[in-house]
Design a protein around this ligand. Structure first.
Ligand code: THU
Length: 159
């Protein structure tokens, strides 16, 4: 038997310690929680995706009475960006969540499907996507989506 460890570096910032472009992205993700349509979960998520050319695409979760029809904030931003500017790689995404009248204390984490969706963009463009997870206690920064989804299914074995 052999074994190996997979390590993920997570940096924990006070918002004012962030670089200006990251701070701006986090602020947009926070603002986008107000655009959420979440009458079922009451969990309003906002996202902001920055592309390599500086464009920023906003997103928010959009729910539906038929629950699986809804979409997470991250993928609304990501798919809008891909549909509008497929030639420009995404380079950073910020996420925030507002519930019970306040932003979550702990940094909000992207679901597995959003990790899978965004990781494919890293593979497609050969460029990591910086991940900024906002919580009122501080902001987690992770260097890539791959770091959040190790041993991923990347489709390379598909015929
Ligand atoms: N949600 C997101 O938009 N992003 C995440 O990373 C986690 C979950 C949404 C989906 C659903 O509308 C609500 O939050 C509760 O799960």
């Amino acid at each position: 038997m052999k074994e190996f460890n997979i390590c993920t570096k997570v940096q924990f910032f006070a918002p004012e310690e962030l670089a200006e472009e990251d701070f701006k992205l986090v602020e947009m993700a926070k603002a986008m929680t107000a655009h959420s349509y979440s009458p079922y979960s009451h969990f309003a998520v906002g996202a902001a995706l920055r592309l390599a050319d500086g464009q920023i695409f906003p997103g928010s979760n959009q729910e539906n009475a038929s629950f699986p029809v809804g979409l997470c904030a991250e993928r609304t931003a990501f798919f809008a960006a891909q549909a509008s500017a497929p030639e420009v790689p995404p380079v950073a995404i910020a996420i925030a969540a507002f519930t019970d009248g306040a932003f979550t204390a702990k940094p909000v984490s992207p679901c597995g499907m959003c990790r899978q969706a965004l990781l494919e963009a890293e593979t497609r463009y050969g460029q990591p996507i910086r991940v900024l997870l906002y919580g009122a206690e501080g902001v987690y920064a992770i260097d890539s989506m791959k770091a959040l989804l190790p041993l991923d299914f990347d489709g390379s074995e598909l015929a």
